[in-house]
Design a protein around this ligand. Structure first.
Ligand code: PEP
Ligand code: MN
Length: 274
């Protein structure tokens, strides 16, 4: 028998719960004011519930764009105010936890940090939801033990994110392990979402795998969107254009209805469809 399911609320309207399906969307990285505000407006209009965007980016090479840092957090706050969307953004360094948590509605622990135990303990003392991404080579047992570091420090508002694991096939960036969704469901009370953007690394595979995540019982998805993927400073090949994202939200809404989950429709989208 699966454990009782826990609901995690970001705001009174946005809740990860058994009867909802939450869509997180936005750019991989906050690159500039114009880029973020334009993308934020587009994903909000398309029906996203949470805005994502990295101000601190974990990059394999130190020569790659590392994110705007604290000014990126200010831009995220501005975008949140303009769109009304709560934001999720990554914290990389235990010393930045209070700064990032001050700006974010949900704090993300990225794949590379899944076993950064001091960082897990730091976000465990927050009174703010934590999005914990699976390490690219982490077993489900290790993933659950990482979540337990956060819970053990006092914060049980945890959402787990399957984001693909490293495998042998270079035709995809990662292998999206969708069986992790029902397997984690049996093992823990936390909501589980899927990131098909990092999970495949390919924009053409994102929509079908987002729909498959819904069918596998996920509580939401996280999708990277960029106004000009070819010019993106990070992860362009996996970014959807705003129009492609809007189309995907429409499909998710139809399939969510079949599985008895609600996808809150924002006011102006209701007006547009009327
Ligand atoms: C991200 O979501 O911004 C990210 C860096 O993903 P991951 O940690 O899964 O690689
Ligand atoms: Mn990315």
């Amino acid at each position: 028998m699966s454990p009782a399911r826990r609901s995690v609320a970001l705001t009174p309207d946005v809740r990860f719960a058994p009867d909802t399906f939450v869509i997180i969307a936005g750019p991989c990285a906050v690159e500039s004011r114009e880029q973020l505000l334009e993308t934020a407006a587009a994903v909000a209009a398309a029906g996203a519930h949470v805005l994502r965007g990295g101000a601190y980016k974990p990059r394999t090479s130190r020569h790659s764009f590392q994110g705007l840092g604290a000014p990126g957090l200010d831009l995220l706050r501005d975008a949140a105010m303009r769109t009304g969307l709560p934001i999720v953004t990554e914290v990389l360094d235990p010393r930045d936890v209070d700064l990032v948590a001050g700006a974010a509605d949900m704090v993300q622990i990225g794949s590379r940090s899944m076993q950064n135990f001091p960082l897990l303990r730091e976000v465990g003392r927050l009174r703010k939801p934590v999005l914990l991404k699976r390490g690219a080579a982490a077993t489900l047992d290790e993933f659950l033990k990482a979540a337990d570091y956060v819970a053990g420090a006092g914060n049980e508002d945890i959402v787990l994110c399957e984001r693909g694991i490293r495998s042998f096939d270079p035709s995809v960036r990662n292998t999206l392990d969708l069986a992790a969704v029902p397997a984690l469901r049996r093992a823990c009370p936390f909501p589980i979402i899927v990131d098909p953007s990092h999970g495949t690394g390919r924009a053409d595979l994102v929509a079908p795998m987002a729909l498959a995540a819904l069918a596998a019982g996920a509580d939401g998805v996280m999708i990277e969107v960029h106004r000009d993927p070819e010019a993106a400073l990070c992860d362009g090949p996996q970014a959807l254009l705003p129009g492609e994202f809007a189309e995907l939200v429409g499909e998710l809404r139809r399939w969510a209805a079949c599985s008895g989950r609600s996808l809150p429709v924002p006011e102006d989208a209701v007006r547009r469809e009327a």
